[in-house]
Design a binder for this molecule. Structure first.
Ligand SMILES: NC(=O)c1ccc[n+]([C@@H]2O[C@H](COP(=O)([O-])OP(=O)(O)OC[C@H]3O[C@@H](n4cnc5c(N)ncnc54)[C@H](OP(=O)(O)O)[C@@H]3O)[C@@H](O)[C@H]2O)c1
Length: 251
């Protein structure tokens, strides 16, 4: 057992990597974990400044970590950075994602593949990188942030929808591979949240999504973050689960 994780579930000394943790939903997951006393790696790709500002806001428990989707060596380096900074790694929340929309007949092969590679190939890179550390941890966990689009579909999102649906199959297969090691693997499927990623969604599409959302409002990053922390830290008898946090959009 890794001594760095000995105080779970109180949070003290537990260590979690949150990919895409520098802004949007990921930054809120980092805040929620840090307030529980968890040591958190907040990954960034192109803009270290926001991850550094988060570390200043939250103190020594939070460290910026570089991570780039679609790169096996970057996944390995991010995990190494976590273990050298904090002495171990108990869980990863795979939150970084790449969205590119477009109707199927207008999406080039390169655009299609960029979405599949960033969102799906990266799962195998990250799993291979983290499993040796997670096998040393107490209550190790992997959470994949997918999307309601992977469950119910959305016109103009065939690549993104295919990638997010693949996360469910990946998680359930991996859960069966690593359950005997005590490693839980779960999926979170958020609905619509106002972030930089959704800022380009046109008003007509926003209005349609709003009308289809049973609670008649969009979600907040904090509402998604609380569910991610639940799956990572508290859902100790859940594996292979898919938790929709979408205001009823998928009903
Ligand atoms: N917002 C929604 O309505 C919604 C709904 C369902 C699911 N989701 C999913 O939730 C997750 C977070 O979405 P968000 O809306 O919070 O996104 P966001 O606000 O755009 O944040 C993106 C985060 O991911 C990092 N990132 C971007 N491109 C990356 C790359 N190529 N490699 C590694 N890291 C990268 C960014 O770091 P840099 O700033 O350094 O680039 C940043 O930390 C995604 O997986 C998304 O698909 C979002």
């Amino acid at each position: 057992m890794n001594p760095s994780s000995s105080a779970h579930p109180g949070g003290e000394h537990r260590t979690v990597l949150v990919t895409g943790g520098s802004r949007g939903i990921g930054a809120q997951i980092v805040r929620r974990l840090a307030e529980r006393g968890v040591q958190v790696g907040a990954s960034f790709n192109s803009s270290p400044q926001q991850a550094e500002e988060l570390a200043v806001e939250l103190g020594d428990r939070v460290a910026p970590v570089h991570y780039r989707l679609g790169s096996e060596s970057s996944a390995r380096d991010a995990v190494s950075a976590m273990t050298s900074t904090f002495g171990g790694l108990d869980a990863v929340i795979v939150n970084a994602g790449f969205w590119k929309g477009g109707l199927i007949e207008r999406v080039s092969h390169e655009e299609w593949w960029s979405v599949i590679d960033a969102n799906v190939s990266s799962l195998s890179y990250m799993a291979r990188a983290v499993l040796p550390s997670l096998r040393q941890a107490k209550d190790p966990s992997i959470v994949l942030v997918a999307s309601v689009v992977g469950l119910i579909g959305h016109a103009g999102d065939t690549a993104y929808g295919a990638a997010k649906a693949a996360m469910v199959g990946f998680a359930r297969s991996l859960a069966k591979e690593v359950g005997r090691d005590g490693i839980r693997v779960n999926v979170l499927a958020p609905g619509f949240v106002d972030t930089d990623m959704t800022s380009a969604v046109p008003d007509t599409a926003r209005e349609r999504i709003y009308d289809e959302t049973v609670l008649r409002r969009f979600g907040t990053a904090d509402e998604i973050a609380k569910a991610a922390v639940f799956l990572s830290e508290d859902a100790t008898y859940c594996t292979g689960s898919v938790l929709s946090v979408d205001g009823g959009w998928s009903l």
